[in-house]
Design a protein around this ligand. Structure first.
Ligand code: HBI
Ligand code: FE
Length: 277
């Protein structure tokens, strides 16, 4: 496998085994059944429009053709997590780096690193939404700036609580758009239906001050009213905000603070039980 300077590789679509495709199929069918009514229509439309299907792992060349015609985004294959600067450089140029490997049947529900199902099923459908597509590019550019300003940990929290674990408020109620949620059976249910987590109106400074969990469901979900809000934020000069945050303590993942617009005050039962165990 040749890894290029920008960490891209060939997807190696022909090398997938029948078992690889079967894993994709199982995960796809599970989520396709669960997500109507839960995921935001922009996500579900993206799945349809890109003809992403249960058949098997998509060929990135075909996906990139379809996506390129819509919003100019391209999917490039990478071996796994890439360095922050490389990741941001790709996003800033409307290239989404997606892992090419797929999880094994014995780890359907828990993964330490993103695989092709998370990256492609989770992230790619929203890239046909023009506003979300622009947000992702703006985020990449903001990422490069944040690296220079020593503020990556603040900006990474914006990505986490929006692109990965975001909820959106619509006339139909709360809906999922975060890739970490739509690609997870358990969290697709937990984030909307469980009384345990907090659901709080999105506020940029608040999010940037809040640590997050990488090992379990989120203790707090932040709710945006539109993707326009996100795009507008990512295009701002964030340096003054970073300076303002520099002296302040972080909030813990489950904290609520006085200024929060609380949609649901979580019981915290789920994570309390885990801590007690
Ligand atoms: N690499 N492949 C990949 N996918 C990511 O989501 C990713 C990454 N490298 C760094 C990174 N994310 C973080 O910098 C951001 O999520 C903040
Ligand atoms: Fe992701």
């Amino acid at each position: 496998m040749t890894v290029r300077d920008d960490y891209t590789i060939d997807q190696g679509w022909d090398a997938y085994t029948a078992e690889d495709h079967a894993v994709w199929r199982t995960l796809f069918q599970r989520q396709a059944k669960l997500l109507p009514g839960r995921a935001t229509p922009a996500f579900l439309d993206g799945l349809d429009d890109l003809s992403m299907a249960a058949d098997g792992i998509p060929d990135f060349r075909r996906l990139s053709d379809a996506l390129g015609r819509r919003t100019g985004w391209e999917i490039v294959a990478v071996p796994g997590l890439v360095p922050d600067a490389v990741f941001f450089e790709h996003l800033a140029n409307r290239r989404f780096p997606a892992a090419n490997w797929v999880r094994k049947p014995e780890e359907m529900d828990y993964l330490e690193e993103p695989d092709v199902f998370h990256d492609v099923f989770g992230h790619v459908p929203l890239l046909i939404n023009p506003v979300f597509a622009d947000y992702m590019e703006a985020y990449g550019k903001a990422g490069l700036a944040a690296l220079d300003q020593g503020a990556l940990h603040h900006l990474a929290r914006l990505y986490w609580y929006t692109v990965e674990f975001g909820l959106i408020e619509t006339l139909q109620g709360l809906q999922i758009y975060g890739a970490g949620i739509v690609s997870s059976k358990g969290e697709s249910i937990f984030c909307l239906d469980d009384p345990s987590p907090n659901r709080v109106g999105f506020d940029l400074a608040r999010v940037m001050q809040t640590r997050y969990r990488i090992d379990d469901y989120q203790e707090t979900y932040f709710v945006v009213d539109s993707f326009e809000t996100l795009f507008e934020i990512a295009g701002r000069d964030l340096s003054a905000l970073y300076r303002g945050l520099a002296g302040k303590p972080d909030y813990r993942p489950g904290d609520l603070v006085p200024a929060d617009r609380i949609l649901t005050r979580g019981t915290g039962v789920y994570h309390a039980a885990k801590r007690a165990a």
